[in-house]
Design a binder for this molecule. Structure first.
Ligand SMILES: Cc1cc2nc3c(=O)[nH]c(=O)nc-3n(C[C@H](O)[C@H](O)[C@H](O)COP(=O)(O)OP(=O)(O)OC[C@H]3O[C@@H](n4cnc5c(N)ncnc54)[C@H](O)[C@@H]3O)c2cc1C
Length: 396
């Protein structure tokens, strides 16, 4: 085993840190802009593009640098550890992975250059009011009609639609009733489409939420939305495997985000605990009651890193998607728990000031908390491990 990061990984980290250090003085302004006003940070987005982060998963023949998911995960971790946000880079990169693996040659040549330059923003739409944890229950339908598909249905909690150029939408090309009638496996009948959010027949309503910055979550309605047939990603009715080429990197990148959040929270707590004096002249960091929760969070952070890096490595090695998915799920669960643990310990260390907006800790709590539930909740991961790893029977 080799626990060393490569020269390329270290160079990527150094360039991310160097770029972000030049924006340290804008952090407060940007936090207000994104958290309070929900405005998208195009300036930082373009910097990410300039660093080549959108090219990490893209082979050189399509203009990328192909440095891999581990490099991108490390970048996500550093961005969050330094108190910035990768925002929609998560969904844009996971959709890019899906297009590269499943899209037609024409689609790759049409979409990828815009992604690399930062001009094209992609989001992901699977959740519906009656289908969150259970994707197979989705009801949005796309029916072939000549050279196009016609989409009807609705989606909910879709992040960033207001700034997106395309949404990667999961829809049914065979309905659930048809699947049951033909005795087909329940995974049959899903297909992926690139949909322009400005298409005729699309309407959207924002869902005010507290947990994400710079963008809104949306309820979407598709009323006879026409989608060119060339925007089908992969094979009709066979979208489930294609979908997981998106969802596995998503979970791994969430692991990276959570590790970064935990690092940020612990660093803030340690700096504060070294200075804050409450009894006599002893800094509160000398009290073991303050030290131990931070030390525990630090140990769990190291474990989360190892699991997240292993999952990213497995993806980069092109291991079986089932193995990658198992590693990704476990890493996501541990890292999300660790982020919450670390932010909680940091809040406790800060006392009252931790809840003042200026520290940013309360916002960090919201951000970490949502990642326990989304994109995949803790319970579904535990179900998966119980069933797949431990061989226990399924109850649902
Ligand atoms: C801020 C935010 C951003 C989001 N962005 C997107 C996006 O961009 N695109 C998108 O498609 N979706 C998005 N989502 C949706 C998100 O992926 C779903 O909320 C998530 O998958 C859970 O689905 P649900 O909310 O319908 O919960 P439900 O499926 O209704 O589950 C509710 C709870 O029940 C429990 N539960 C359910 N089933 C089981 C079971 N079998 N065993 C044990 N416990 C169970 C779990 O605790 C779960 O949290 C976003 C959500 C949030 C909050």
């Amino acid at each position: 085993m080799d626990f060393q990061l490569s020269e390329e990984h270290n160079m990527m980290r150094a360039s991310v840190k160097q770029m972000l250090s030049t924006y340290e003085h804008r952090k407060k302004e940007w936090r207000e802009m994104t958290h309070r006003d929900h405005n998208f940070n195009y300036e930082l987005w373009n910097e990410f593009a300039n660093l080549g982060l959108f090219g990490c998963l893209v082979p050189e023949e399509y203009g990328g640098n192909n440095s891999g998911l581990l490099a991108l995960t490390l970048a996500f971790e550093d961005i969050c550890a330094l108190g910035f946000s990768p925002s929609l880079m998560l969904v844009t990169c996971m959709d890019t992975a899906c297009i590269l693996k499943n899209g037609s040659e024409e689609m790759k040549r049409r979409i990828i250059p815009g992604v690399l330059s930062g001009k094209t923003i992609l989001v992901f739409a699977v959740t519906e009011p009656n289908a969150g944890s259970n994707t197979f229950r989705i009801e949005t339908v796309a029916k072939r009609n000549g050279d196009s598909y016609v989409m009807n249905g609705q989606k909910t909690f879709i992040t960033g639609v207001e700034v997106a150029d395309y949404m990667l939408v999961v829809a049914r090309t065979t309905t659930r009733d048809e699947v049951v009638a033909k005795n087909l496996p329940k995974s049959h009948g899903l297909s992926l489409f690139l949909v322009d959010p400005k298409s005729k027949g699309m309407t959207k309503t924002p869902i005010p939420t507290v947990a994400t910055e710079g963008v809104y979550q949306w309820q979407l309605f598709f009323d006879n939305v026409e989608i060119p047939a060339e925007n089908l990603v992969g094979v009709e009715d066979q979208g489930v495997m294609a979908m997981f080429t998106s969802l596995n990197p998503e979970r791994i990148l969430v692991g990276g985000i959570c590790c970064g959040m935990a690092e940020q929270a612990i660093t803030m707590a340690v700096n504060y605990a070294k200075e804050r004096r409450v009894f006599k002249d002893t800094p509160i960091g000398a009290y073991q009651g303050v030290q131990h929760p931070l030390a525990e969070a630090k140990i769990h952070l190291e474990a989360s890193r190892l699991m997240t890096y292993r999952a990213a490595w497995a993806f980069d090695q092109n291991l079986n998607p089932g193995i990658v998915g198992n590693y990704a799920n476990q890493a996501k669960l541990l890292a999300a728990d660790t982020a919450l643990e670390a932010v909680d310990a940091s809040l406790e260390t800060h006392g009252g000031i931790g809840f003042a907006e200026e520290t940013g800790l309360a916002q960090l709590w919201n951000g970490a908390r949502v990642l326990k539930t989304a994109p995949l909740n803790r319970e579904m991961i535990l179900n998966y491990v119980a069933e797949q790893d431990l061989g226990l029977p399924r109850s649902y």
